[in-house]
Structure formats: C-alpha cells, structure tokens
Design a protein around this ligand. Structure first.
Ligand SMILES: [Zn+2]
Length: 439
C-alpha cells in the first residue's frame, strides 16, 4: 500500500457521505466535480437586483454598460441592460453605477495548512470564490472545513502523488508501483478529490497509471514536473500543467536537460537554482521543440497554470541574480507563445509570491499575464470561465448568465481596462449571499 498518514475527520466523512448522495453519475458516467464544503444558500424566494454596473460576464465579450443582474435565491435568473429589465416588487436593489460586476474568481493553485485566515483574507475577500489546492493532503483542510467562517468553495486533490525520495513526506502519497498509483487516485476521489496532482519524482509509467485511473473516475490530472518531460506527461493523459517551469526539460537542449536531471535527481533542492540556469539558456524563438510542445498543448486542450508570480525575478530586486532574471524573462516569452497559439490559461496564485505582499500573489499573477501579452479582458476570462472549466464546474459557475449560481463580485473601476483594479473589490456574493468583507 502507498503511505498516506492522512486520517479523515468526522466532518469530512459527513461531507463525503453527502457527496456520494449528491454526485450522481450524469449521462455517460460523467460526474460533476464537487467542492468539499456545503455553501449556505439564501432564502429561495429572496430577490436581489444589481443595477448600473459595467458587466464583465466571463465570456470574453465587451463589457455591458448599465447592466441589470437579477438573483433569486442562489441563482442568477436574468442578465441584461437595465433599461430592458423589469425589477419585481420587493426586490433588494443595489446600485453599482461606476463599478464593474464580474463572476467570482478562480484560483487554480492555492495552498494553505490549518488556516482559516488565508482562505478568507487572501482569497474570498479579494473576490476569489473558488480555489483548488493541488496537492496538500485533506487533513490540512480540517480546520477550515469545520470552521463557522464563510469560506470560498474549496476544491481539493488530496496529497500529491510522488515517488521516493519524496520532497514533502508529510504531504505526499508515496507511490512505488503502478497499482499503488491507481489505488491512490481511487482513494483520493472517494474522499472528495475533484482533481489529482502528480509531483516531479513520479515516473512516467506511474503518471500514466494515475491518469488512467483518474479517467475512470472522471477527474483531471494536473502535474508539477521537473524530471518527466511535459510532452510525455501530456501524452500519458495529464491535462493540467502547474508552473511554467514544468515545460523546461522539453524545450532545452539535450546537454542542458541531462545536467539538470542528474543534479535534481541527486538533490531535489538543486532545482531552485538550476531551473533558472536551464531557463536562462533556453532558446524560445526558432526552436522546433517549442513549436511542437505548444502544438501539443493546444491540440490536447491542456490547461496551463503558469504561476508566473512565483518565479518572478527582476534585476535589482530581492537580490535576484542575472541568471534568474534572464531565466524569468524566457519563462514570460514561452508563456507569451503559448497564449498566442491559443492555449487554455488559468490563474494560480500559489498563495505567496516574492514580489507581492500578503494576499496579493493572485493579483500579481494577473498583472504578469498582461505583461506576457494577454489583454486584461482575456485575463479575466482565464480567471473566471476557463478556471471553472479546469475545475469541471463550468455548468454552474464561472460566468454571469441566467441559470448559473450567483458567485459574483463588484469592483471599483474597470478591470477590463486595468486588471490592477481587482485590488479594489468592494463586494463579494457567494451562492446568492453577500459576504461581509469586514468580518
Ligand atoms: Zn504548489
């Protein structure tokens, strides 16, 4: 058996029992991805109208000025121009003229441990209504899931799958055979995992076994890579790539890759320095390996979660070396090419980033995506609709449309022109209820 010291709390058992009842197979065995927590609903007949705002609905089209969004109970029931909308008697009306309304944001890469404050302060209060932790064990979320606080939708993967010598023994499901890999996937999904994360020492054949098992349970596999090449992992069935650095060994020269892999195989800590050394030397333009990899990413619909803010190194800042600054520059260039080619991009904060203050890593990531060539509106679509697709919840979340759940945010100014305006979230609605931002 693989080793996983994670012991389930009774709260999680209750949630899981609910999930087993509510997550029924749909159609041809498709299962809807489910958050770990039950989100409180308002009175089913309560009606709220949010009027006058600049509506950025998540679908990527131009914002709708002077909009009206009607929310009944937990659902959005009508969206249109204010002038065309009739507001029923007894409706609570909120005038947000001069502000923008967006779907609640998705953070595809958030980690916390035994914390209520970070998911609330860093995420929910900054407009992130759904996050996924790619790879921390369920036990790290007992405190959060059993708290009375209003928290975002919590999507978990369970402990990441890794092979000895594992980097994070307390977090990993330690895998030594393909059968253990399959079993870990089944166990995680049984406990509520809506995705599976594979980590960088897991060999390719065990990644493939995990992907096949995950496919049987209709959950996606997402990967942090250093030793296995991204094209091999994608061909084995991985659909999400966490961290821009995960692409390095596919596009570098053979000599560079051999040196990098032998150093990292011998010592996991070497990757901190050597991934920058690798990326500083990598050639982006006119490199057929780059073109082939990007073709594969686009053809397979791979979700790229670059977490650029984690790797940001700038000359003259925070003691960055010239090699680190050059490596980061190439990471931005490679990402730009992925985006230009039409890759699915999602936004992950990684909770902390070196050049962002506490709770600002997600915002920094948005700004870097713009720096790397996305328009602000494209970034907002990544942060909402594409995020919901990656989480497997696009049927009920990710855009502001009739029939969707009312997770939405009100922002001062117009983030479709300047994403930095998302630093000014003034109201957050989760499942049709306003969240108290001063709590
Ligand atoms: Zn991570």
């Amino acid at each position: 058996m693989y080793r996983d010291s994670d012991v389930q709390s009774s709260r999680l058992t209750v949630i899981l029992a609910c999930l087993l009842l509510t997550v029924a197979p749909i159609g041809l065995g498709r299962v809807l991805a489910q958050e770990m927590n039950v989100i409180a609903s308002p009175q089913p007949d309560s009606v709220i109208a949010i009027v006058g705002g600049n509506l950025i609905d998540g679908n990527g089209g131009p914002p709708l000025k002077d909009s009206c969004i009607l929310v009944r109970g937990e659902k959005i029931v009508k969206v249109g121009k204010r002038i065309d909308s009739s507001i029923p008697q007894g409706t609570e009306v909120l005038d947000v003229s001069g502000k923008s309304v967006l779907p609640g944001l998705f953070d595809s890469h958030f980690h916390s441990r035994d914390s209520v404050e970070q998911p609330v302060e860093f995420e929910l209060h900054n407009g992130i209504t759904s996050f996924r932790d790619p790879g921390h064990p369920f036990k790290y979320y007992r405190t959060l899931l059993s708290s009375d606080a209003t928290i975002p939708r919590v999507f978990l993967c369970g402990g990441h799958l890794d092979a000895p010598p594992v980097v994070w023994p307390d977090q990993a499901a330690v895998i030594t055979t393909t059968e253990e890999s399959r079993q870990a996937v089944f166990d995680h999904v049984d406990r509520g995992a809506s995705a599976i994360k594979v980590y960088f020492r897991l060999p390719l054949e065990h990644i493939r076994a995990a992907c096949n098992a995950a496919d049987e349970r209709h959950v996606p596999v997402t990967a942090h890579l250093e030793l296995v090449d991204a094209d091999d992992a994608i061909n084995a069935g991985v659909i999400g790539i966490e961290h821009i650095t995960s692409f390095g060994t596919t596009i570098a020269t053979q000599d560079q890759v051999e040196q990098f892999k032998s150093l990292v195989t011998a010592d996991s800590a070497a990757r901190g320095e050597w991934r920058y050394r690798l990326w500083a030397q990598v050639q982006i333009d006119g490199n057929p390996r780059v073109d082939e990899l990007i073709d594969l990413i686009v053809e397979r619909g791979v979700y790229v979660s670059p977490t650029l803010a984690v790797f940001e190194r700038r000359a003259g800042k925070e003691d960055a070396t010239p090699v680190e600054a050059a490596g980061f520059k190439n990471m931005l260039s490679f990402f730009r090419r992925c985006h230009q080619a039409g890759a699915n991009v999602v936004v992950g904060s990684h909770t902390w980033a070196p050049l962002a203050g506490p709770g600002k890593a997600y915002l920094r990531e948005l700004e870097l995506l713009v720096e790397a060539g996305m328009t602000p509106l494209e970034v907002l679509t990544s942060a909402t609709k594409t995020g919901a697709e990656f989480f497997g919840v696009a049927d009920r979340l990710g855009t502001i449309e009739a029939g969707k759940l009312a997770d939405l945010i009100v922002v001062e100014g117009d983030p479709s022109k300047t994403v930095g305006e998302l630093d000014r979230v003034s109201q957050v609605m989760l499942n049709g209820r306003w969240v108290g931002l001063d709590d």
